[in-house]
Write a new protein. Structure first.
Length: 247
């Protein structure tokens, strides 16, 4: 009788152990899906458009004819705004959440200012015009990525083309003249971009430009010298951007 009870107990234990092992073997194993992070590395090309404002100054450096009614050292500070539109091309390299890049930009700049000078000598009314047609830069970028978002700052070299003209419309001494130069300087800025897909990126950027002084000779059709030191002191631009990234 004892042997029968012992054998029954052992058999029941084996059955319980087998059932438990089978239950363990049948239990499914779940793994969390891999997290997809946005990849900012790669080269891209795109376009941008927005609004710009420029503050400029020009100081007379010579007045040896009746064409000009400004004495040396006198001049004007003027400002105006307009549209800006162009394109960008660049490359990024991502290491962790840090993104390093370099970018070139080229834009049409529609800033133009015209005014009538009656301040210095009412007998000669001069119509001045200041305008810029283009703006370009090459800058390094440093950004911090939060998956599809990129926050960055930039800084580098900039250049812009400007034209200054004057027309004396009141006799007896009348005439007109103009001059144009390329000004060089620097750009600093910041922006935010968002990766819609691994290829398409949208963003917004703010830039500040400052350029050096160039000498403009405006005598034109008049005899003598009518020279100005002209400087685009501050140029501000806010643009929306869209880029296509290759990878």
């Amino acid at each position: 009788m004892t042997k029968i009870l012992l054998g029954t107990t052992m058999l029941a234990g084996l059955l319980v152990a087998g059932v438990a092992q089978a239950a363990d073997m049948a239990r499914p194993v779940y793994k969390a899906p891999p997290v997809a992070y946005y990849n900012w590395s790669g080269c891209y090309i795109g376009g941008q458009a927005g609004w710009a404002r420029a503050r400029t100054e020009f100081i007379n450096t010579a007045n040896t004819t009746a064409f000009g009614d400004l004495d040396p050292g006198e001049g004007f500070r003027v400002s105006d705004s307009g549209g800006i539109a162009g394109g960008q091309i660049g490359c990024n390299f991502q290491s962790g959440q840090w993104v390093f890049g370099i970018e070139g930009q080229g834009s049409w700049l529609g800033v133009k200012t015209s005014f009538l000078n009656t301040v210095f000598g009412g007998a000669t009314d001069d119509i001045f015009e200041v305008k810029s047609n283009w703006l370009a830069s090459v800058a390094g970028r440093l950004g911090f990525a939060n998956n599809n978002w990129l926050f960055y700052a930039k800084g580098g070299f900039a250049a812009s083309g400007w034209r200054v003209s004057v027309s004396d419309v009141v006799g007896p001494n009348v005439g007109s003249g103009s001059d144009k130069h390329t000004h060089t300087g620097f750009v600093v800025g910041s922006g935010i971009e968002y990766g819609l897909t691994q290829n398409w990126i949208i963003g917004v950027e703010y830039d500040y430009y400052r350029f050096g002084t160039e000498s403009y000779q405006l005598a034109g059709s008049a005899v003598g010298s009518y020279a100005f030191d002209f400087k685009p002191k501050d140029v501000y631009a806010v643009v929306g951007r869209i880029s296509y990234k290759f990878y």
